[in-house]
Design a protein around this ligand. Structure first.
Ligand SMILES: [Zn+2]
Ligand SMILES: [Zn+2]
Length: 135
């Protein structure tokens, strides 16, 4: 989690706290459902909050699941590279952090003439638990 103190609006804080507590990816729809009692009733409220949290680098979007997770590292934001191992079966997600990966990606991007803004890598497969189940 990010240790930098950031001023969040009430809605942003609600969404961020929720994602931090559940520790699993949540879709915007699930967030809306679970925060209904807190007064968040319209999808744009959720999307606006998520957009800001993503810009701040404290929430990541997982394209393959169309879901959102709270960042587990204080180090993601400066380099804007995030990587996840995602289990296809149980959707368990672990965030991966590796300075070598960051360096390598940056070098590859520059080689391709691209100044990288942000990148997210999603590795998909079976987690340890699911692998054992299928044996
Ligand atoms: Zn992160
Ligand atoms: Zn699994």
């Amino acid at each position: 989690m990010n240790t930098v103190s950031i001023e969040l609006t009430r809605n942003q804080k609600l969404v961020f706290d929720k994602l931090t507590r559940v520790n699993t990816p949540m879709t915007a729809y699930h967030l809306l459902e679970s925060l209904r009692d807190e007064g968040l009733r319209a999808p744009p409220q959720i999307y606006r909050a998520l957009e800001k949290l993503i810009t701040l680098g404290i929430v990541h979007r997982l394209d393959s699941l169309n879901a959102f997770v709270a960042c587990r590292h204080p180090s993601c934001e400066p380099h804007r590279v995030s990587a996840f191992a995602i289990c296809d079966q149980c959707q368990r997600v672990s965030e991966i952090s590796d300075p070598e990966l960051v360096k390598h990606l940056r070098a590859l991007a520059l080689e391709a003439g691209l100044t990288p803004r942000r990148s997210n890598i999603e590795l998909q497969g079976l987690c340890e638990v699911c692998q054992n189940e299928t044996l």
